[in-house]
Design a binder for this molecule. Sequence first.
Ligand SMILES: [Zn+2]
Ligand SMILES: [Zn+2]
Length: 238
Amino acid sequence: MDMELKQRQFNCAMELYTRKGIYRLSGRLVSTVNVSLQIYLLYQIILIPIGAAWQVVAIVIAYIVTDFVNGLVHMYMDNNDRYDSIAGPFIANFHLHHKKPMYRTNPLLLVYFNETGSKVWLIGYLLVVSLLLGASEPNPVAMHILVYVGILSSVAEVSHYLCHTSNSPVAIFLARIGLLLPKRHHARHHMSDNNSYAFLNGFTDSLINLLAMKLYKGYKNTTDRHFALYSGEGSDNR
Ligand SMILES: [Zn+2]
Ligand SMILES: [Zn+2]
C-alpha cells in the first residue's frame, strides 16, 4: 500500500538524517554561507544611498515579495514526499514541524542562524544577487529590494518561531501592526488543510491559497500521515 511505503520511506529518511552527521553538518554549512552572503550584501548596499522615501518603498515591496516567495517554498515542501531522493532526509525532517509544531526555545540570533540552515535555495538566490550587484550600474532601488528579500527570508523563520513560542508583548504588537506573523492567522495552517503557507507576516496568503488549491491536494491526508509511525529523535521537539 502506498501509505505504508511512504511511512517506511519517511522513517528511513529520518534515520539517515539523525544518524549521518553529514546532514546536520550541511545544515550548518548552509546557514554559514547564507548568513555570510547576507552580511556581505547588506554591507554593499549600505554604500549605495537611495534616500529615506525609497528605503520605505524598498522595504514594503521586499516584505510582500518575501512573504510570497517563502510561502511558495513552504507550500512546495509541505506537499513533497520524495523521501527516497537525495534531499529526502531534509524533506522528512521539515515535515516534523507539523507533527509537533513546537520549537526548542533559543536566543533569536541562534534561531535566525539555525533555521536559515534549511534554506538551500537561498544560497542560489543570494549568489545571483551578488552577481547582479557586481554588474555595471544596477538599479539601486531594485538592488535594495533584492537584498532585503534575501535577509527577510531568514527573518521569516524567526517570525514563525515567535508565532509558536513567544507571548512577548513586543512580538504580539509587531504581529498586530503587520510586521510579524499573527498567531491566529498561522493557526489555520496547522488546524486546516492546504492553507496559510505564508510565514513572514501572512499578507500574501490569499494569493498562495488560490495557487495551493489549484496545484496540491494538501498535507492532512498525505505528508502529515507519513510520520504517523515515527517516534525517533525530533518527533517530540525540534
Ligand atoms: Zn507547513
Ligand atoms: Zn507553524
